[in-house]
Design a binder for this molecule. Structure first.
Ligand code: SF4
Length: 457
């Protein structure tokens, strides 16, 4: 039997730049789907999943992050009402499978590569099981994603490649280790090269969707050496310990890296310790930024505010540091304790979590009671940090702080535009869209601000 399968990417309540690059999972599942079935993709950031559209399919598959959970559940409920099979997976359903199961026929727990075909066979027989337990995929079995599934939308880039999965660090706010395991798993170099060779023409800007590009310097060096002749331009997340390997910064630049995105998280040693990110303490952020700049790589760095060790001066101090260190694309986030993480468990035990409305777990709402500041002060602090860092003056300062090529300048402006977008969202979009209502409440006029508050009793 041939199934018509729809992959649905739910819309998110987080300002994530949905049109920059698509999620990887639909292209992975497409490549694993036997050819007798038909596959299609619906990205809710671009189009509504209406009943009329859903009725064209036999089965709907949805991957769920916490900030998307409410929207994913709405789609799941629609499927239920229409009698269409629905399967969910992703990190949120991994943590809360019973909750997800109320909105779909089956939940895939963990990585789906080894279980997806079994799910389809069961769907054909109309015998879906409530839960499927995935296991960590061996690196040699990482499939080559089928990127043709993205054609219907205009993303900035659809050239995606995942080089490595897993993370041994287990930072207390992050679920990557819990979901993808402590071991780094590198895709085979020949497969990475094959993927790149499969990419169609057009823009050569790519996104390497890694937890950490620098997981194993030896392996990464080998990969960089192999891909450097493909004239790519790309960006990726990376850990700060790349500073210990200058040869690797050079190799990464030679292979076409435009931007490395680091989780600096805090400039305070005490705070880094409290988030279990000690490996950041040993590295000099300024030196790292400088080294990247020396090789022509732009630096993105994110900071998380609201830890129990943070006081009200953290915002000003951090922004001054970011501007002084010449970070090209700084990002500032209020701590968001996602379910399943250590910090969520701790705050829950202390009775400081204020809501389990997952739409508010969007890196833009304060969903817990901070220790040394009010929730409003925390959100105002994030807003202030964005305003200072993405003022026209700051952007132009960065743009001309060192020589850049045309493409590099354009990319910096694009990312700066995203920074400005966060500010704009807080100023205007809250009026109309429920999903953006909870962004920076203090910027909302007081007569409706009470609507936005989470009940904090
Ligand atoms: S924040 Fe980065 S380094 Fe820390 S656990 Fe998550 S992926 Fe690993």
């Amino acid at each position: 039997m041939s199934l018509k399968i729809l992959f649905v990417q739910p819309s998110t309540s987080a300002p994530m730049g949905e049109s920059l690059a698509p999620p990887l999972w639909p292209s992975i599942l497409t490549s694993l789907t036997p050819k007798r079935h038909q596959v299609d993709f619906l990205h809710c950031g671009f189009e509504e999943p209406t009943e009329k559209k859903l009725l064209n399919y036999d089965i709907v598959a949805i991957s769920v992050l916490t900030s998307m959970a409410n929207n994913a559940y709405k789609v799941g409920d629609m499927c239920k009402n229409l009698g269409i099979k629905c399967v969910m997976g992703g990190i949120h359903t991994y943590v809360l499978p019973e909750e997800a199961r109320q909105h779909c026929d089956s939940v895939i727990l963990g990585e789906a590569e080894y279980i997806w075909q079994k799910v389809l066979i069961d769907a054909e027989k109309d015998a879906l099981q409530p839960f499927y337990k995935g296991t960590l995929t061996k690196p040699e079995d990482f499939p080559i994603p089928d990127l043709s599934i993205y054609k219907k939308y205009r993303f900035f880039t659809t050239k995606l490649a995942e080089i490595v999965r897993g993370c041994p660090y287990n930072c207390r706010f992050c679920g990557a280790t819990m979901y993808s395991g402590r071991q780094y798993r590198y895709k085979r170099v020949e497969n990475i090269v094959k993927e790149i060779e499969n990419w169609d023409g057009g823009r050569r800007i790519a996104h390497f969707t890694n937890t950490n590009l620098n997981a194993s310097p030896k392996k990464t060096l080998e990969i960089m050496e192999r891909i450097k002749d493909y004239n790519l331009r790309w960006w990726s997340a990376c850990s700060v310990d790349i500073l210990d390997h200058e040869d690797m910064i050079k190799a990464v630049a030679d292979a076409g890296c435009l931007v490395l995105q680091f989780g600096f998280e805090s400039i305070s040693k005490e705070t880094l310790k409290s988030m279990n990110k000690q490996f950041n303490i040993k590295r000099d952020y300024r030196m790292l930024v400088k080294k990247c700049h020396d090789y022509g790589i732009e630096v993105g760095a994110s900071f998380i505010f609201g830890w129990d060790t943070d006081t009200k001066d953290v915002f000003k101090n951090t922004v001054e540091f970011a501007l002084d260190a010449d970070i090209d694309i700084p990002g500032y986030l209020p701590l968001t304790p996602f379910p399943g993480t250590e910090i969520y468990k701790e705050l829950m035990a202390q009775n400081r979590i204020l809501t389990n409305d997952w739409s508010k777990y969007n890196w833009n709402t304060c969903v817990y009671r901070p220790k040394n500041m009010t929730r409003e002060e925390l959100l105002n602090g994030c807003y202030y940090a964005y305003q200072e860092s993405y003022s026209t003056r700051s952007i132009f300062h960065r743009l001309f702080s060192r020589p850049r090529g045309f493409k590099e300048s354009m990319l910096l402006l694009l990312f700066s535009g995203l920074g400005r977008f966060v500010i704009l969202q807080s100023k205007s979009h809250w009026r109309t869209e429920e999903k953006r209502r909870y962004i920076f409440p203090s910027t909302v006029p007081s007569h409706i601000r009470h609507e936005l508050a989470i009940d904090d009793k």
